[in-house]
Design a protein around this ligand. Structure first.
Ligand SMILES: *Cc1c(COP(=O)(O)O)cnc(C)c1O
Length: 391
């Protein structure tokens, strides 16, 4: 069945204003998400925040089942957290590390995660081992397999890095983790909403995701998945009266579902909006979404490659909707700024977001043009024509 692009664009108010290739930063929200968020804020203003939450209880609860359906788990394995970083942190900092425990990660690891590795390594004496890439630029499965020994406590990798089209072989990593009996934490921030994700196919124990990127949800939303048998073994780094009950003066009891990783106070409008965004994505179907995104990204890479002075920088065997490039002798920030004068949105991936990767590739930064299914082939043409005319 043909993809209904005109419906996708009609239901995305921002399409009228901008050529938005910053979907890996924050995608444009569809009408239904915007309305759900605004309506709930209005309700809070009109009848009170607690009262609005009570009245909207069903749509607030919906987000758990929606996220579970999206990634193939159960609703009680989902925690709704204000962003992917905190979601990831709540899992990572719950893992007890001893001196000599090894953390295996990959070159493309996201900066915030690596900073957390460094902090925990300094505190506990755990060791960070970075697995090299294979010739295609994805994490080397052979090197990962060869790094397994009984001191490995955790494999933590990023599925799709912030700074390029690379898709790491998350399921093959999961097979290695399972065979070795090692915990596996997947940063799926850029892949959830962009492609089909099934935690049982991937074989991860924990997964973090954000709302505002490929899911097209509101900012300040995200979620964490933790496999059920693991939940009660992971004591969250912070607790409050939502995560635990104060059962006696000197005693608390942590709840048994994944909401032990949440806090009591939260953005209800955002939570409702995230649920609506997930249901909306599932309506389009993630296989159809991914097929369209990869086709558009391929068109964009192909056209960029014909431009003089432009070098496409994406690595990997499988490439997704994040397209990165450089233009000879032109700083990426200048390109971003100049494009913005024509209402074209891109972002810049700097060294600071993925230092291991950017350092070895000798580039200070890339222009990142990330496409979504509601972008059009005509926009790809217009983007490349504009770029050619200004540089
Ligand atoms: C954006 C991003 C994050 C952080 O997500 P937040 O919701 O901003 O916390 C983590 N990992 C990757 C790969 C990202 O691109």
């Amino acid at each position: 069945m043909a993809f209904d692009l005109s419906r996708a664009r009609r239901e995305t108010p921002g399409c009228e204003n901008v050529l938005h290739f910053n979907n890996a930063g924050a995608a444009l929200m569809p009408h239904c998400v915007l309305d759900a968020v605004v309506n709930h804020l209005n309700l809070e203003a009109q009848i009170g925040g607690y009262e609005a939450a009570a009245r909207a209880q069903e749509s607030v609860e919906r987000v758990y089942a929606a996220a579970a359906q999206l990634i193939g788990c159960e609703a009680d394995e989902i925690a709704i957290i204000e962003n992917a970083t905190r979601a990831w942190d709540m899992a990572f900092y719950a893992i007890p590390f001893k001196p000599g425990d090894r953390i295996l990660t990959a070159i493309s690891e996201y900066a915030s995660n690596y900073i957390a590795f460094l902090q925990v390594a300094q505190r506990t004496g755990a060791i960070i081992d970075v697995i090299p890439n294979d010739a295609s630029g994805q994490v080397s499965l052979e090197a990962l397999q060869n790094s397994i020994d009984d001191r490995v406590k955790l494999i933590a990798v990023t599925h799709v890095p912030t700074n390029g089209g690379l898709v790491n072989p998350a399921a093959a990593v999961g097979k290695i983790a399972r065979d070795a009996g090692v915990l596996y934490l997947l940063d799926a921030c850029q892949s959830v909403g962009q492609m089909p994700i099934d935690v049982n196919v991937i074989g991860c124990d924990m997964l973090s995701a954000t709302g505002r990127k490929y899911l097209r949800g509101p900012r300040g939303t995200g979620f964490l998945y933790v496999r059920r048998p693991l939940i009660e073994q992971l004591e969250p780094p912070f607790l409050d009266l939502h995560a635990a009950d104060w059962v006696a003066v000197n005693q608390y009891q942590i709840r048994s579902d994944a909401r032990r990783f949440e806090t009591w106070e939260t953005n209800y409008a955002g939570k409702i909006g995230l649920g609506v965004a997930i249901d909306y994505a599932r309506q389009w179907e993630l296989t159809a979404i991914y097929a369209r995104i990869t086709a558009l990204a391929r068109q964009l890479r192909d056209q960029l490659m014909t431009l003089p002075n432009v070098v496409v920088q994406d690595l990997g065997e499988e490439q997704c909707g994040i397209v990165t490039f450089t233009v000879a002798d032109k700083p990426s920030e200048q390109i971003k700024h100049t494009l913005s004068l024509s209402d074209i949105n891109v972002s810049v991936s700097s060294l600071l977001y993925a230092r291991l990767d950017m350092e070895v590739r000798g580039n200070l930064d890339f222009v990142r043009a990330s496409v979504h299914y509601y972008n059009s082939e005509a926009e790809v043409d217009q983007f490349c024509r504009t770029l050619a005319s200004i540089f």
